[in-house]
Design a protein around this ligand. Sequence first.
Ligand SMILES: Nc1ncnc2c1ncn2[C@@H]1O[C@H](COP(=O)(O)OP(=O)(O)OP(=O)(O)O)[C@@H](O)[C@H]1O
Length: 317
Amino acid sequence: MTNNIAENDPATAAIVLRGVSKSYGAHRAVDNVDFVVGQGELVGLIGHNGAGKSTLFRMMLGLVPPSSGELVVAGARVGGREFRAARRQVGYLPENLVLYDNLSGRETLRFFARLKGVSPDACEPMLDRVGLADAAKRPVREYSKGMRQRLGFAQALLGKPRVLFLDEPTNGLDPVAIRDFYELLLALRGQGVTIVLTSHILAELQQRADRFAVMSAGRMQAVGSVAALRRQLGLPVTLALRLEPGARPAAIRCLQAEQGLAVEIQEGATEQDLTLRCLPQAKMAVLAALQPLGRWLDLHIHEPSLEDLFLGLGSRA
Ligand SMILES: Nc1ncnc2c1ncn2[C@@H]1O[C@H](COP(=O)(O)OP(=O)(O)OP(=O)(O)O)[C@@H](O)[C@H]1O
């Protein structure tokens, strides 16, 4: 397992988990997890259904006690005496937030504000911030799934939290709402808010999160940026070449003539296309081997996506 303890100083980190486990009977939902998140980081927590992500969130919030291990969130040991105060600096959007259908959006937010000890004056600007100002008077039963999700996000943001845990926050949002959501999130990160969020839509996370924590069967399998995970996993890159008409056989000969060149050659969709797969460190040697060809018309280099990395890690679980 790779962890990021070396990259973030635990003394100043927003979240520090050491050896955290949670068992339900004989089932280990979370298994010996070490995890450090620096202040102002945006970390995507990813994993298959049942990997242990929500359980980890619930332990970090003090909602579920760990079976073993230690958790420090927002400067306080979770479960310790100081955590009651620190908890006020932590916002949480659960995967399935229960809302009262008969309350309006405004009443709902005021209800959460009262629970959190936040002034009701904070509710109007917050409704505006998540795009619900015009729907504030309507009962929640008339809200679409995306509107409910935005209301859930609004309650998580009440009280200006320094740490945010968001469990599948974009579930039910349309593409424009997803873009707006991430804009808001990145602005919060810019203000130093630490954010950990889960999503099964890895493409939306890839461009936005600073690092990714990959869970499988309760274990933290890897933590790092896309670039670091690429290095760690050593998955192949794909070079998609478009050649001059009739040049493909010569290109293949060039590649095969190069001694020890580890490259997988696939003929592309048309006779001008050639698809090559090789390890990232072999990429330049592969392109150099094609030099005698003269020129090619186009080249696309595809690095492994977060989804490729996730699937690559899964196959090693
Ligand atoms: N209260 C509980 N009692 C018994 N088992 C539980 C409980 N809560 C979670 N589990 C089990 O722990 C494991 C991890 O569940 P968890 O909800 O944390 O996964 P997840 O990664 O959040 O999944 P998803 O992506 O589906 O939300 C699962 O096998 C689940 O059945």
